[in-house]
Design a protein around this ligand. Structure first.
Ligand SMILES: [Fe+2]
Length: 187
């Protein structure tokens, strides 16, 4: 990593810690787990994208912080905050779209705002989603199917995430397949 890359990753970690650790210890532990998972699976993305992957992992859930809350839809709130602060547009869009967030906003009435962020269909976005979907609350490692079931149980069957599952779950499982194949191939 170049000095600039290292600075990006540590700035992301500092910001996430400031926004999440006090109000949401469980979420902060989850975030730490996702960032470490992203470091482990970084070989599945091009070398130049690895700092972006790890930085996005640190920042993906900052939208839960009450300090930056706007719409109440955390992927969007995180992205709006990061965009206002001038973070890399690719990183901002990764945060907006992590873990199939684009399948949820119609349900929540935020489709227009989400459309301002371009969804990147790539090994990089797959890796971020995979890291998030293999680490549960408190940083516990879990498989993607277990994590999907755990999240639906936690948020409730009538939650927007649960109602979006017809589109979102096949997407998350396809991401897991792609990333696991890339990990096996070592590319
Ligand atoms: Fe997360």
């Amino acid at each position: 990593m170049t000095p600039n890359d290292r600075e990006l990753v540590s700035a992301a970690r500092r910001l996430a810690k400031r926004l999440l650790r006090k109000p949401f210890l469980e979420r902060w532990l989850h975030t730490q787990g996702v960032a470490h998972r992203a470091e482990e699976i970084a070989p599945v993305v091009p070398r130049g994208d690895r700092p972006l992957l790890v930085s996005a992992a640190w920042l993906h859930d900052i939208g839960y912080s009450p300090i930056i809350r706007r719409t109440g839809f955390h992927p969007l709130d995180g992205a709006l905050y990061l965009r206002d602060k001038g973070w890399d547009p690719r990183l901002v869009a990764l945060v907006a779209h992590h873990s199939g967030a684009r399948f949820v906003p119609v349900e929540r009435g935020f489709a227009d705002q989400m459309a301002e962020f371009v969804f990147e269909d790539s090994p990089l976005s797959d890796a971020l989603t995979y890291a998030d979907q293999t680490v549960g609350p408190g940083g516990r490692r879990m498989t993607v199917p277990y994590r999907i079931a755990e999240a639906i149980a936690r948020h409730g069957p009538d939650s927007p995430n649960a109602r979006a599952r017809v589109d979102r779950v096949p997407y998350l499982l396809a991401v897991a397949d792609r990333v696991e194949q890339r990990l096996v191939k070592g590319d």
